[in-house]
Design a binder for this molecule. Structure first.
Ligand code: ING
Length: 327
């Protein structure tokens, strides 16, 4: 009996800085209703899906940015999404800015801020939480940039690793599910850590500018989408898993993010792709047993991987210059 899971990518159009969470949640509930009519069993929303991509805005006092964070999940604002999931029997992935209040080393509590994603089952159980590990951009204001990208200012590096959970989803008793967020998709290490846990479905949301903001050199516009798809297709193929990449897209307060959300199969093929830069649902029936071929042949990790040759990957952070050749 094939293990089919019907998944959806719920791409969101722009969320303007002034837009309240209730409007974004309303749009997401509408997408979930449409997903229900399309037989979707697991729905993937974007990174930071409740607000505008606020790391483009500089706040000298970091506490001023607290308005962009969620101190509770679910909360009054997000409860309608959990209720819709329960009503329609749909699991969902949600990206948001997490404010965690944790015991401080010297007593009391301290605020910890993460770029977070959760996986929620229809009953409202949070099956998995992930905190973004690869934070792009910079921590201080950079006047030379066209637009700021201050994830290193507002978020701590994720401290949960790249976990995979096996849990019931849709009509299946067990699915191996994992997550990453946006920039993580560009780093093969993210994918391989999930692959080493036999992940079958990787969910990731992204907010990616359609133009290069670094002004550090020419990058042809079409390469922005190409690099995003290349990263997700390679990750899925090299770890023999399905992947859902869901964009927040469109122009937020004058700043353009690209869409092109995709669903990719274990052969690295794009099986569904969004064509707008607005709220859009794409879906695919994922036969999870098709993960087995790659996992038992070309990417049978136990038969072919040679960790003794990989030491540099965990021992080094940056690259080092190679030895000069001498005759
Ligand atoms: N956004 C972008 C991403 O990795 C970026 C940042 C874009 C980095 C292009 C490098 C090149 O897709 C987030 N939010 O990580």
């Amino acid at each position: 009996m094939a293990r089919i899971l019907t998944v959806g990518a719920a791409q969101l159009g722009p969320i303007q800085k002034a837009e309240p969470r209730s409007v974004a949640v309303g749009r997401m509930v509408h997408l979930m209703e449409r997903a229900h009519r399309r037989g979707v069993e697991l729905l993937v929303f974007p990174e930071l899906a409740l607000t505008t991509f606020f790391p483009r805005h500089y706040h000298e006092d970091i506490a001023e940015a607290d308005v962009w964070f969620e101190s509770a999940m679910p909360s009054n604002e997000t409860a309608p999404l959990f209720a819709a999931a329960r009503q329609y029997g749909i699991g969902f992935h949600l990206g948001y800015a997490e404010m965690a209040h944790e015991p401080a080393p010297g007593g009391g509590t301290r605020k910890r801020r993460f770029n977070t994603a959760i996986l929620v089952n229809p009953e409202g159980d949070i099956l998995l939480k992930y905190r973004k590990v690869h934070l792009p951009g910079h921590a201080e204001y950079r006047p030379e940039r066209k637009v700021q990208h201050l994830e290193k200012r507002y978020f701590e590096v994720g401290d949960l690793g790249f976990p995979v959970v096996r849990a019931p989803m849709g009509g299946l008793p067990g699915v191996n599910m994992g997550m990453m967020i946006c920039n993580d998709r560009r780093w093969p290490e993210s994918w391989r850590v999930l692959g080493l846990q036999q992940v079958e479905l990787v969910m990731l949301g992204y907010n990616t500018p359609s133009l290069n903001m670094e002004a550090a050199g020419f990058e042809a516009h079409h390469l922005r989408v190409f690099h995003s798809h290349l990263s997700i297709q390679a990750g899925a193929y090299q770890n023999s898993c399905f992947a859902v990449g869901t964009a927040k897209a469109g122009t937020e307060d004058g700043h353009e993010l690209f869409g092109h959300s995709i669903i990719v199969n274990p052969q690295g093929e794009i099986v569904a792709q969004a064509t707008s830069w607005d709220d859009e649902l794409i879906t695919a029936d994922c036969d999870l047993d098709t993960c087995t071929l790659g996992r038992t042949t070309i990417f049978a990790f136990d038969q072919h991987r040679r960790p003794e040759a990989y030491a540099r990957i965990t021992e080094q952070v940056g690259s080092v210059a190679p030895p000069e050749w001498r005759k």
